[in-house]
Design a binder for this molecule. Sequence first.
Ligand code: URA
Length: 269
Amino acid sequence: MGRKPEGEKVMHLGLDTGMTKSARYALLPGDPYRSETLARKLAEGADAEELAWKREYCSWLAEVEGVPVLVCSTGIGGPSASIAIDELAQLGVTSFIRVGTTGAIQLHIPVGDVIITSGSVRLDGASTHYAPIEFPAVAHYEVMAALVAGAKQVLPGRFHVGVTVSCDTFYPGQERKDSFSGYVPRRFQNITEEWKRLHCLNYEMESATVLTLCAALGLRAGSVAGVVVNREQGEEFTALEEGEDNSVKLAVAGLRELVRRDRAGSRDG
Ligand code: URA
């Protein structure tokens, strides 16, 4: 329970606090192959080090503004993300930024833009194991403010802030018909129209878990996702590279801004 004793590894990530230099900040891509990209971008040409790669959890360490920052992939979906967050918290991480990709559901959001999630619709299962469904999946205001400030610097006019629909499945839960059966269960039929009318911006699969767990555990979290498809325009992933690149750019700028703000306010993460 609580913090891991020094030198003791957490079960799934294969990390201990010596390896992580007791980092208090973490970036969380879904894709393990994106950990290195993020770490190298954070390091800005200085050294970045691979720490471990077990299953979907690929961890790198970089230094930003003189403080250690972890990058740890979560894999896809809430269950694996919940393990990453819990074990990183056991290692002393207190601030988390998820960096992912997403499908926009509002026509006005172009592919390649980035969505900063202010709160998520909890269509996952993992978050209900940490807090009842009435508990909100909300970003921490300090992380959100830093992400927006970072976005204004590196992606002016190309980011959107709002509510994300975060769900356990890519196909039926996001009302996709190009699945094996093509069937969308009644519960999800026409649900996208309802989310649109409720001014939700996008679908993805991890933010509900990340934001709920962190809020419930007294940790800080935010979430950004690059738009790789606009579901109002079609089902083709037309901007995979641009969406990924822009989400990385924004997350790195936001993290840098968060570290600076914490330092100015004498907070160390
Ligand atoms: N990730 C999702 O969960 N949905 C999309 O449409 C794109 C990326």
